[in-house]
Design a protein around this ligand. Structure first.
Ligand SMILES: [Cu+2]
Length: 479
């Protein structure tokens, strides 16, 4: 075979077998060869550059560990330093409104039984605040004085704790030890000053109420954003519940779980986080599962652990990670430069946490064409379950049990998918993307500016359009 590069000294160009046609072919190869050489040289120069410097627009190493730019550690966002921080966005959750009353930001927190939609059309009875589980976010500033009036609309007494806050003992919310229980129909006024900053949270200080979902974020921002400033700030609360297959009410006494939620929804109903290519992004992870810890993993980027439930970590102690273990009642804040365009999965790595409503051969949700409400409306007619073992693939030894139909019942699929895909945050993702996102999984989308604007506008976007454009590099590369 003729060598690819005739000019590399291994081919005798005066060989008498070398005819005119070969000459033309060789000419083409020479041209192709120099083109390839040029391309290789370019690639080699690029990788040397990517090792030495950090680019906010392409995956890159950024110099020696210990340098400020190493893995983007201290690379600022696109907004300047010295400004107020961006507000936190917890997908699928609201903020708790306040009014200034007698020198304090006054909030009303109503403890309630809540019907929370875990998946489209799948409503679960849990406990929360102001119509939502988890509750709405309290978001304030360092130096504020807050007054939080807690109204108990639950069928039993409660008490509220402000997790991580250094406040006077009478405000700490532990029943009997520091205050009397707040009885149904009664209220209690908590009031205190805030000298801290960070990702804190509030929760009922009654264990079984915690297991029923009674938690919410309590975010305290510094007046001026910490350097390097972030362009985006997200918050995610991880929880799990045991809800028997034929029921819709969480059983808080079970030391087991089969449903998982992020901000009150299961994947793929959790709304993706959408950021612009090149931005600096913070994500605050709070685990408020009753009994389960979550190793949270993020693809395509390396992030820096910059805070805990106790507040900001000094730069010197930040650690780079791809997975971070968030224990019960812990928070991990992390930051990264979104320099790798794509729809990146963002998930707990425990295999059983990447699934929903795990059941075996019981429950209406594995009976094709049946929903819980259909079953409950006609309890005399119990439909046949799916005989998973009659299916060929299921005869393989060790094939996982009951893996089918974990996401949604078949009857609900079309409607549910339409509900999920009608959100602008999901526009242009691959058709069928939601089959790969369940339980404690969500998606963080890093979109180049032109694609970001298309997704976040009202434009109709074809399924797969944005993903295709990213894989084909059809965007302006600012780098
Ligand atoms: Cu987990």
């Amino acid at each position: 075979m003729r060598p690819l590069y005739p000019n590399d000294g291994t081919t005798n160009m005066t060989d008498d077998k070398f005819n005119r046609r070969d000459f033309i072919a060789a000419g083409t190869t020479v041209a192709l060869g120099s083109l390839l050489n040029a391309k290789e040289a370019q690639a080699s120069a690029q990788i040397s550059k990517d090792i030495k410097t950090f680019s906010r627009y392409r995956p890159s190493f950024g110099g020696a560990p210990g340098s400020d730019d190493y893995l983007g550690k201290l690379v600022p966002g696109l907004r300047p330093s010295g400004q107020a921080p961006v507000l936190m966005h917890a997908p699928d959750l609201n903020k708790l409104e306040w009014k200034m009353v007698r020198g304090a930001k006054e909030f009303h927190l109503n403890c309630q039984v809540v019907k929370q939609e875990f998946l489209p059309g799948v409503f679960m009875n849990v406990w929360g605040f102001n119509g939502s589980m988890p509750g709405p976010t309290i978001e304030v500033n360092q130096g504020d004085r807050v007054r939080i009036i807690v109204h108990n609309e639950l069928p039993e007494p409660t008490s509220m704790h402000w997790h991580g806050l250094e406040i006077p003992i009478a405000m700490d919310g532990v029943p009997y030890l520091v205050q009397d229980l707040i009885h149904p129909g009664k209220s209690f006024v908590y009031e205190f000053d805030l000298h801290q900053t960070g990702s804190f949270f509030y929760h009922a200080h009654v264990p079984m109420q915690e297991a029923m979902g009674m938690v919410g974020f309590f975010i305290i921002h510094p007046k001026v954003a910490y350097d390097p400033p972030c362009d985006r700030d997200f918050g995610l609360i991880y929880q799990n519940f045991y809800i028997p297959p034929n029921a819709s009410t969480a059983d808080a006494m079970m030391m087991d779980w089969n449903w998982h939620t992020i901000n009150g929804r299961s994947g793929p109903y959790s709304t993706p986080m959408v950021v612009k290519h090149g931005e600096r992004v913070r994500v605050r992870l709070l685990d408020f599962s009753p009994m389960q810890h979550h190793p949270i993993h993020f693809h395509g980027h390396t992030f820096w652990l910059t805070g805990t439930e106790a507040g900001r970590i000094p730069h010197q102690a930040w650690t780079p990670r791809n997975t971070t273990l968030v224990g019960v009642a812990m928070v991990q804040d992390f930051e990264f430069i979104a320099n790798n365009p794509g729809d990146w999965i963002f998930h707990c790595h425990m295999v059983h946490h990447m699934m929903n409503h795990m059941v075996r051969q019981v429950g209406p949700r594995i009976r094709p064409g049946n929903t819980l409400s259909a079953l409950m409306s006609n309890p005399d007619r119990i439909p046949e379950p799916v005989d998973i073992l009659s299916e060929k693939a299921m005869k393989s030894p060790g094939y996982p049990q009951g893996m089918q139909g974990m996401m949604l019942s078949k009857e609900m699929d079309a409607q549910a998918m339409a509900k999920i895909n009608s959100k602008r945050e999901t526009k242009g993702m691959r058709p069928g993307w939601l089959m790969g996102v369940e339980g404690l999984m969500t998606v963080l989308r890093v979109l180049p500016e032109n694609l970001y604007n298309r997704v976040m506008s009202d434009a109709h976007v074809r399924p797969g359009e944005i993903f295709d454009a990213m894989t084909k590099g059809q965007y302006q590369n600012q780098g």
